[in-house]
Design a protein around this ligand. Structure first.
Ligand code: URA
Ligand code: CA
Length: 434
């Protein structure tokens, strides 16, 4: 087999066989296929696509490129959730404790943020003392005892994705349905969960900008999950504005804690409850949405969900009293109000740009080597469809390093469109793909 024949075949619009896909993945991971040929193949895949069989073959070849996690030490159905990446998307920190408090087993290996999207690991690390590096025995033990643990990837999980993702990032081939589906599902399958709830984002802050493309990605991932023997459901949810109000690591932890304490009704809470409901149903712990919601609301009201988070923080070395006093989280030195310069309805947000504004303050990384400041970010005060007057506060910026402050504020202002008619209210959940 030759990689040039494989590139030509895909370039001609033909379907690749399982053997050809395995040859590519193994050759690339081993270093026998160089970056330039892998780049050419990625770009032909970007243009010509892959069908469901090719996408599944790609995913399973990627899983086989490294180790898989054995979670058999955990009793019961292990459930995982995954978001395709968003802004102010803190659903994991709300849903995982909620599901654990209802008897679920949430063994989650999370990722870091890159670019305009946040990552659960960076958020958790803003909690003083907390470590996301835990040995597998401790991880499994925690899930058995308190129902949840969130850690970073351990071992040599899906090396093909690490290498390919970095190459896709610099060759502008990230936003392809089959490549995203393979990347995400290979990691989920290798991480050992029995049931997987996917949150596929759609809109201006997502990889997939249209509902149609997002439903396609959701369908592709659900199909792969089923073929790999994992109960999988995907929710297609809105990312045309920040999901919660907080964008930034400690700020997002604060918002999650406040939701678990019964506060902040809104889209973040609604989305987290919807995801939690599916996590309970796929775990066999609820037989309908109504049943799940009763259990989840009771775990919220009794404080059991907050307590599950508190126990996890403590067990992973963090300061659990942040759950009682969010001011114990890192605080920024300076707060700056960004105000409306014109009046009218908030009609549009460029959510990617809002994520970039927070990143420029130090809440995210432009490159893998950048260091995050856990305290900084921004807190949204307005949502799409709100009516504002000149001088109303749109967001409060939490700032330490002021080097990129001016650019951050000007990009933020340009990202928020005020004026025009009252916008149509967008759905929060567009579709459930089972
Ligand atoms: N998240 C991933 O893990 N992989 C992708 O390709 C896109 C988003
Ligand atoms: Ca993420």
């Amino acid at each position: 087999m030759h990689i040039t024949d494989i590139i030509l075949k895909k370039r001609s619009g033909e379907k690749l066989s399982k053997e050809e896909i395995e040859y590519f993945i193994n050759g690339y991971v081993d270093g026998n296929i160089p970056d330039y040929q892998a780049s050419a193949l990625l770009m032909t895949i970007w243009f010509n696509g892959m069908d469901p069989q090719e996408t599944t073959d790609l995913t399973l070849a990627m899983v086989a490129s490294g180790d898989t996690v054995d979670l058999t030490g955990i009793k019961g159905i292990k459930v995982d959730k995954h978001s395709t990446g968003g802004v102010a998307d803190t659903t994991t920190l709300v849903a995982a404790p909620l599901v654990a408090a209802c008897g679920g087993r949430v063994a989650k290996m999370s990722g870091r943020g890159l670019g305009h999207t946040g990552g659960t690991l960076d958020k958790l690390e803003s909690i003083p003392g907390l470590s996301i590096e835990q040995p597998m025995e401790v991880f499994q033990d925690l899930v058995n005892k308190i129902g949840l643990s969130v850690i970073g990837q351990t071992g040599n999980l899906v090396p093909a994705d690490k290498k390919l993702y970095a190459l896709r990032d610099v060759t502008v081939t990230v936003d392809n349905m089959s490549l995203i589906a393979g990347s995400i599902m290979s990691k989920k399958i290798a991480s050992g969960a029995d049931a997987i709830v996917l949150d596929v984002k759609t809109g201006s802050g997502a990889f997939m900008k249209t509902v149609e493309d997002s439903v396609g990605l959701a369908r592709a991932m659900v199909d792969i999950g089923k073929l790999a023997g994992r109960a999988t459901v995907a929710l297609v949810t809105d990312m045309n504005q920040p999901l919660g109000n907080a964008v930034g690591n400690a700020l997002e932890v604060q918002e999650a804690i406040e939701i678990l304490r019964g506060g902040h009704p809104g889209d973040l809470k609604t989305a987290a409850l919807a995801l939690s409901s599916w996590m309970l149903r796929l775990s066999g712990l609820a037989d309908s949405d109504e049943d799940a919601m009763l259990k989840l609301n009771s775990a919220l009201e009794s404080g059991a969900a907050l307590n599950a988070l508190r126990k996890m923080i403590e067990a992973q070395g963090g300061d659990p009293t942040v759950c009682d006093d969010v001011k114990k989280l890192p605080q920024a030195g300076r707060l700056i109000e960004v105000k409306a310069e014109s009046g009218g309805w908030v009609s549009e947000m460029d959510n990617t740009e809002i994520g970039i504004s927070a990143m420029l303050l130090g809440a995210g990384r432009q490159t893998k080597a950048d260091v995050i400041d856990p305290a900084v970010g921004l807190w949204m005060k307005k949502r799409l469809g709100d009516k504002v007057a000149v001088g109303d506060v749109i967001a409060v910026f939490h700032v330490n390093d002021e080097r990129n402050l001016e650019e951050s504020i000007s990009r933020f202002k340009a990202a928020i469109k005020i004026g025009g008619g009252r916008p149509e209210k967008l759905p929060l959940i567009y579709r459930v793909v089972e």
